[in-house]
Design a protein around this ligand. Structure first.
Ligand code: ADP
Length: 388
């Protein structure tokens, strides 16, 4: 018999999952159900990364995809017993500073947070509902992208609005917390000298944010009330003057739905380049607009690193993670190129190599590249919840 925990990350039409053993960090299997609906596909990989053949079945709903996925995993691991299912949930609100076992009351509470994250929360919760139906009696553990930031002080969690708005939930929550949690846990082994110091973590993927960590705890972050704030992203605008929104409503008669589409899906790298949300495509494009989109991204990253360092009174380490942070060497070099005044100096050869450390030997600030691993954070939380 194989005892394991399952991690699920449910999006609008996708479901990423990982099967982790009862102990140990290496997944037994990982996979992605994509384009759930008419043209659903399922890809699966085993412990050694080799592709597994998925079972056939209905991929038109999240529940169907979970069933096909578990059938496929049973074929690979006969006698598989799930101890718990851990879910990535974008919003835990002000109440949840840690993972929580899902009950009907918790599900109601998380459903009430949907207006704060309308594009993500409903899909995360439908993943929980589908898994509850597929695995009756197996504990479901919700792990929140906001939880890691609940250590921030009130100044960093407030907007300068009348106080009643804060009480109504209009505050800075911060996101990508599972990624930051992983980095905070990994740093003491990888860089013990700086792990407990002043660290800026740059999670640069299709979604992008940064977090200032002091002693492994979040003290400030670039994302706020929603995952729109801060850095420009693949299709999201990042920080914007709220006056722009007033102008769009008043003078351009744009509706809330139109503005949502503009800010979440048409902006960022895609909007600036008029070409693509994908950094690889932009780096290869060679058009002035693509170059300008990349330059904008780099400049905003530089400013936010400065801002977060100021929030901590300095910086001891800068960590890059996420698809761009881990792979886009030229972007890392461009970001760091104008930060030498802060003590950040890259070693060009290390930046091209595969090691963790990419800063120069004499650089006062250590610069690291670490692979994101939100799934492991979720798996550990699921194990801990059932062990408690
Ligand atoms: P998500 O936020 O959807 O999880 P990822 O963390 O996978 O996204 O990051 C996706 C981004 O990483 C894309 O913009 C992609 O172009 C970029 N990326 C991945 N590999 C490279 C690379 N070798 N060079 C430049 N950018 C890359």
């Amino acid at each position: 018999m194989t005892e394991a925990v399952l991690t699920l990350n449910a999006g609008s039409s996708s479901l990423k999952f990982g099967l982790f053993p009862a102990q140990g960090d290496r997944p037994l299997a990982t996979g992605l159900a994509d384009r759930i609906g008419e043209q659903g596909t399922l890809t699966l990989r085993g412990a050694d990364g080799r592709p597994l053949t998925p079972s056939s079945g209905d991929l038109s709903t999240h529940l169907g995809a979970i069933r096909v996925m578990i059938d496929s995993l049973h074929a690979e691991y006969p006698g598989l017993r799930l101890l718990a299912v851990g879910h990535r949930v974008v919003h835990g609100g002000a109440a949840h500073a840690a993972p929580v076992r899902v009950t009907d009351a918790v599900l109601d509470q998380l459903t009430d947070l949907t207006p704060f994250a309308p594009l993500h929360q409903p899909h995360n919760l439908s993943g929980i509902r589908a898994a509850t139906e597929a695995f009756p009696g197996v504990p479901q553990i919700a792990c929140f992208d906001t939880a890691f930031h609940r250590t921030q002080d009130r100044v960093n969690q407030t907007y300068a609005l009348p106080r009643s708005f804060y009480d109504d939930g209009v505050r800075r929550y911060g996101f990508h917390g599972l990624s930051y949690d992983y980095i905070a846990g990994a740093l003491p082994d990888i860089a013990p000298d700086v792990a407990h110091g002043r660290v800026v973590v740059a999670h640069l993927g299709n979604g992008a944010s940064m977090c200032a960590m002091l002693g492994g705890r979040s003290v400030a972050s670039t994302m706020g009330f929603t995952a729109l704030d801060g850095l420009p992203m693949g299709t999201r605008c990042g920080q914007i003057d709220p006056g722009v929104l007033l102008y769009l409503m008043d003078q351009k008669q744009m509706t809330p739905a139109g503005i949502t589409d503009l800010l979440y899906r048409q902006s960022g790298l895609l909007g600036l380049s008029g070409l693509s949300n994908d950094m690889r495509t932009l780096e290869a494009a060679g058009t002035p607009e693509a170059a300008e989109a990349v330059a904008h991204f780099v400049a905003r990253c530089q400013r936010e690193i400065g801002s977060l360092a100021a929030a901590m009174g300095g910086i001891d380490a800068l960590v890059f993670t996420g698809g761009i942070g881990e792979n886009a060497r030229r972007i890392r070099a461009a970001i760091c190129a104008r930060l030498d005044w802060m003590g950040i100096t890259l070693d060009p050869a290390r930046n091209e190599g595969a090691g963790d450390t990419i800063s120069a030997e004499a650089s006062p600030v250590v610069v690291l590249v670490l692979a994101a691993n939100e799934e492991l954070v979720i798996a550990r939380a699921a194990r801990a919840a059932v062990a408690a």
